[in-house]
Design a protein around this ligand. Sequence first.
Ligand code: SF4
Length: 245
Amino acid sequence: MSKANVIEIFSSVQGEGKYLGCRQIFIRLADCNLNCAYCDTNFLRADCCRVETAAGSMIFRDEKNPLDAAQVAEIIKSFCGEVPTHSVSFTGGEPLLHWQFIGEVSSAIKNLGVKIFLETNGTLYNEFEKISGAVDIVSMDIKLPGVIGQNLFKVHQKFLRAAQEKNLYVKIVVAGETTLEEFLAAVDLIASVDKEILLILQPVTPVGGVKAASAEKILSFQAAALRKIKNVRVIPQTHKFINLL
Ligand code: SF4
C-alpha cells in the first residue's frame, strides 16, 4: 500500500478551466518538480494533512502524514456519501510525483462512479503512462519559458501525445509579461499534436510580482490562437472571487 505526503483534502468547486463550477473532491499532494514565478500553491511537505471534517464545511482536522491510499479512499467515500460529486481532482504541487499512490486510490474508489481528474504541469509523461488507464480527465498546463525561466516544450509535446486519447484540455496562464511569440509557440505545439485539443487561456491572477495581462492583450491572444487551433476559451481563476478553497 502506497503512502504519500498530502497537504489537504476537501470538497469544493473547480474554479478553473473546462469543468469550472463542477463539484469536486480535491486531493492536494505535496512536492513539485517546477518553480513557477506565479505559483500561489503551498506544496511543501507537512507533518499533518488538513482534512475537511465534512464535505464543504471548510472546517479541518489534522491527519498525520504520510497518508496511505486506503485512508484517502475512505475519506473520498465519505464525502461522496454527503454530496454527489463530479470528480476527484488529484492536484498539487505536481501530483504525478505520486503516480503509484494516485493509481491505488483510484482503484479503491472505482465502484463509486466518480471521475478521476488530474491537474498536472504536463512534464512527467512516463509517470502519466503508468496510470493513464485510471485517469478520465486531464487538465494539463503548458508553461511558457518567459514565466518559468526554462523551455519545457519538448517534454510538453511528449505529454500531449501520451494524454491525447483522454478527455484532455490544456491551460496556458498569460501574464502581462507574456509575449505573443512564446504564446503562439505553445499554440503551435498543441496544433502539432491535435488542432481539436481545447485550450483554456487563463489570465494570470497577479501574485509574486507577476503583472496582469490587459483585456486587449487577452483578446488579441485568443484571436491569434483561434487562427491556429479550433477551440480557445478565456477563463480566469474564479474560486478566488468568492473565497472558495
Ligand atoms: S507547476 Fe504548479 S505547483 Fe508547481 S511551481 Fe508551477 S504553478 Fe506551482
